[in-house]
Design a protein around this ligand. Structure first.
Ligand SMILES: C[S@@+](CC[C@H](N)C(=O)[O-])C[C@H]1O[C@@H](n2cnc3c(N)ncnc32)[C@H](O)[C@@H]1O
Length: 358
């Protein structure tokens, strides 16, 4: 807002969005400053949007459970933008993937096409970058299951004069979307996930879209889920947005039990011939717990692209999750994991050699 309570003019907002995007991409200093930069960036998207969350409504109200998992409500999707480290590291990953796609020799002079599946009302991982890459170089197709979110994205793009950077804005289920001929993307972006790849359709979306564009760079480039036996009394609290320091003082004790599941292009390639509602995952053997507070947990690491990585406790998506099921595990137990597809996706388990439990 200006000192007179009016909206800044759209051209100033667009210039400011560009400045903030450059700052967020390059920021290496304090967490407090990153919080401020991301909040200002999101404010510009918010004041340009047609979207307003119902102030009396529950934030989760209005989520849609599609065939691949939960499409969280537009209000909840808007809130994702407020997680500074998540937003910054994803934006850096998308920027890196696009820059590498531009630098890769292509058969046509066409702009690099980016398919952004699951934009939410702000298209936070796309619109800021439109201020940096001209439309002759990069064009975005933007998809969401919620019509309200797509209307909002159109309003932002229109107000900020970024329409030439958008090939189309589509209300669609990304798990069923058929990429039109001639629009094969060089980069696919989707942040439709929760910790340990539970609940939301990230796996189904990436699998479906990559099968139609096998050469595309994925953002995130990989999501890894690892099992640890950890001392719950020594784990740090999740970082709160108003903290000045990015790493809370703590000395966690975690015993690695192994990688349980990976989502990346090579792994998706191995699923091509698989049918059915399950994907393979690893078997973990439970060691002796060194003390009374040790519990098995799943940790998520997200490589958004290149060396841009979200690690444990950086954001909600990488917070540790207790093992699925209510099991109390004994030393030497072997746990066979699988990934459950469908409306309620996530890692399931069974004792190795026994029938699977979801
Ligand atoms: C976690 S939010 C992320 C929003 C935004 N991209 C960001 O990073 O801030 C996920 C978004 O994906 C959308 N979504 C989830 N499943 C979808 C599906 N099957 N097809 C299209 N959009 C989907 C949701 O509606 C939601 O807007």
């Amino acid at each position: 807002m200006t000192p007179h309570g009016q909206l800044p003019d759209p051209a100033s907002d667009r210039d400011e969005l560009k400045r903030l995007t450059v700052e967020v991409l390059g920021h290496e200093g304090s967490y407090g400053i990153l919080v401020g930069l991301v909040m200002e960036l999101v404010e510009i998207l918010d004041r340009s949007a047609g979207f307003r969350a119902d102030p009396g409504g529950e934030v989760v109200e209005g989520g849609i459970r599609s065939g691949g998992g939960l499409a969280i409500s537009p209000a909840q999707a808007a809130l994702c933008a407020d997680e500074p480290t998540r937003t910054a590291v994803f934006l850096r990953g998308v920027h890196d993937a696009i820059s590498k796609a531009i630098a890769t020799p292509r058969e046509t002079q066409q702009a690099v096409q980016v398919l952004y599946a699951g934009s939410g009302p702000y298209a936070t991982l796309g619109i800021p970058l439109m201020t940096l890459f001209p439309p002759e170089q990069v064009r975005f197709t933007i998809l969401d299951l919620h019509p309200v979110s797509i209307q909002s994205v159109k309003a932002i793009v229109g107000r900020l004069g970024l329409g030439k950077s958008v090939a189309s804005c589509v209300v669609a289920d990304a798990c069923r979307y058929v990429i039109p001929e001639g629009e094969i993307p060089a980069v696919i972006v989707s942040e439709t996930m929760d910790a340990a790849l539970g609940n939301e359709p990230q796996v189904a979306i990436m699998r479906h879209l990559l099968s139609q564009a096998p050469g595309a760079r994925l953002v995130p480039e990989s999501v890894q889920v690892d099992a640890f036996l950890l001392d719950t009394s020594r784990e740090p609290e999740r970082i709160e947005p108003d903290r000045e320091d990015s790493i809370p003082a703590s000395s966690p004790d975690r015993l690695p039990l192994g990688r349980v599941f990976t989502l990346d292009a090579p792994t998706i390639g191995k699923w091509t011939t698989l049918t059915g509602d399950r994907l393979p995952a690893a078997t973990i053997e439970m060691p002796a717990a060194p003390g009374p507070h040790y519990e098995p947990y799943l940790f998520t690491t997200i490589v958004t692209h290149g060396n841009h990585i979200l690690r444990t406790h950086d954001c909600g998506l990488t917070s540790p999750r207790a093992f699925p099921g209510e099991g109390k595990w004994a030393t030497g137990d072997r746990i066979q994991f699988h990934y459950r597809l469908g409306t309620d996706p996530g890692l399931g388990w069974s004792p190795a050699g026994a029938p699977a439990v979801s």
